[in-house]
Design a protein around this ligand. Structure first.
Ligand SMILES: Cc1cc2nc3c(=O)[nH]c(=O)nc-3n(C[C@H](O)[C@H](O)[C@H](O)COP(=O)(O)OP(=O)(O)OC[C@H]3O[C@@H](n4cnc5c(N)ncnc54)[C@H](O)[C@@H]3O)c2cc1C
Length: 402
């Protein structure tokens, strides 16, 4: 009996080995199964693109996408980011109709707070830009803020801006909605499959090497998030995209704050919190932490987060921490992503470096990539996100990054 089992195990291994060596092909290989990868696959398949394969080294939506706090806002300083978010919001608003999934999109608003005069000036000039794109945004004095949210300490504030249309949704559900719809349209999703090399002949993409064998394809898309620079290097490109840990902490059920709690962003200390039923969710950037792939929770850092929380909303002192987690931002020098076709490598596309606002831009970026791949052009001006912008005259990046 045991010999028989051993034999069949051996036979299975042989089949697996042969499968690995089989020459596999695809029209488009997508590297990374986060929100960017699944949305790109969905829009390609919806347009009738031939075989589309997503290769994910771990599991779908478990990296930055699944670890994000799901914020969706239009309050950006850079017009290109405002437009990206506006187009994505339209998809998230109608997600149920298109994908049959309730992603819990709650428009509880985003309240940005300024302590420094320079930050306040930046907010006011941002409001002008935002309103020129029809963004609904209010300017509040510290007294207005106290009136609306009595639990906030306003003693050191210059003022705040509030976007009532902003809010948050469940990023995991959104990514799985895209992934399952893509699957239904014929997209192949291969999990636990790491891309280890990109093959180019002359200036044309030929395919990829993976831990499960090679796949030949004329189009390869790098949407590998925090690993975007590593993947780009496989094709000979140096992208200025670096991983940085960002930590989030959740409290136990906490009723003391009157609902609804908007996303409150204390800009000058990079601290934010929002309601996450039945508790409060909060996070903060450690501006002194060097780039790394570390995602462990640093419980000593929690002290600093609580200090910032209790300063801004003293009532939070009564809340009890339930859990914490760490994820990665993929940051570029100007806090804007790199999106587009790569020069001198026909068939190679990148969308990486979303610097903390990639979940909300996922739907539109996927659609734009599908247009670039299938039509070689898109109606959206992608110049602000061009790969070569870092070598040219300094462009205005994104100032509203937490
Ligand atoms: C704590 C935190 C809070 C955030 N909050 C917000 C927010 O409120 N709003 C917002 O818009 N954004 C937020 N973000 C940012 C957002 O999560 C990211 O910008 C977005 O998820 C990026 O999606 P992605 O698909 O590019 O990357 P990912 O979701 O990281 O997906 C990339 C995938 O590529 C895979 N991969 C990498 N290398 C390889 C390889 N060689 N072969 C195969 N697969 C590979 C990875 O395993 C990963 O699954 C937050 C991020 C964090 C960490």
């Amino acid at each position: 009996m045991s010999g028989k089992i051993q034999y069949s195990n051996f036979a299975l291994r042989q089949v697996a080995k042969e499968m690995k060596n089989l020459k596999r092909t695809a029209e488009v290989v997508i590297i990374g199964g986060g929100i960017m990868g699944v949305s790109t696959a969905y829009y390609l398949a919806k347009r009738g693109c031939g075989e589309v394969v997503i290769l994910e080294k771990d599991l779908i939506a478990q990296a930055s996408t699944g670890l994000s706090v799901g914020g969706i806002r239009q309050q950006f300083s850079n017009p290109a980011n405002i437009r990206l978010s506006q187009e994505s919001i339209r998809v998230y608003e109608c997600f149920m109709e298109e994908f049959g999934v309730d992603i819990n999109f709650r428009k509880k608003g985003y309240l940005f707070l300024a302590q420094k005069e320079s930050t306040w000036k930046e907010f006011l000039s941002g409001v002008k830009v935002q309103r020129s794109y029809s963004v609904s945004v209010e300017v509040y004095s510290p007294e207005d803020i106290k009136h609306m949210w009595p639990f906030l300490n306003i003693s050191d504030l210059k003022g705040g801006t509030f976007g009532p249309e902003d809010g948050y949704a469940d990023p995991y559900l959104a990514a799985m909605g895209f992934a399952n719809s893509a699957r239904r349209l014929g997209v192949r999703i291969e999990e636990n499959t790491e891309v280890t090399g990109i093959n180019i002949r002359g200036s044309k993409i030929q395919g990829v090497e993976t831990t499960e064998g090679p796949i030949s394809a004329p189009v390869v898309v790098n949407v590998a998030g925090a690993w975007g620079a590593k993947v780009a290097r496989m094709a000979g490109f140096e992208l200025p995209v670096k991983p940085f840990r960002r930590q989030v902490f959740m409290t136990r059920a906490f009723d003391a704050i009157p609902k609804p709690v908007p996303m409150v962003v204390d800009m000058d200390v990079s601290f934010y919190f929002r309601g996450e039923e039945p508790g409060i969710l909060m996070g903060m950037s450690d501006q002194n932490e060097p780039s790394s792939f570390n995602t462990h929770v640093d419980w000593d850092f929690l002290e600093k987060v609580i200090e910032a929380a209790v300063h801004r909303a003293p009532i939070i002192e009564k809340a009890k921490i339930l859990r914490g987690w760490g994820g990665l931002y993929a940051i570029t020098p100007d806090d804007n992503p790199i999106i587009g076709a790569m020069p001198n490598a026909e068939g190679f596309f990148c969308a990486v470096g979303f610097s903390g606002h990639g979940f909300q831009q996922g739907p539109v970026v996927g659609r734009l990539l599908s247009e670039l791949i299938l039509d070689r052009q898109t109606r959206f001006d992608l110049k602000p996100f061009a790969y070569d912008r870092f070598r040219k005259i300094k462009q205005k990046g994104e100032k509203r990054v937490v």
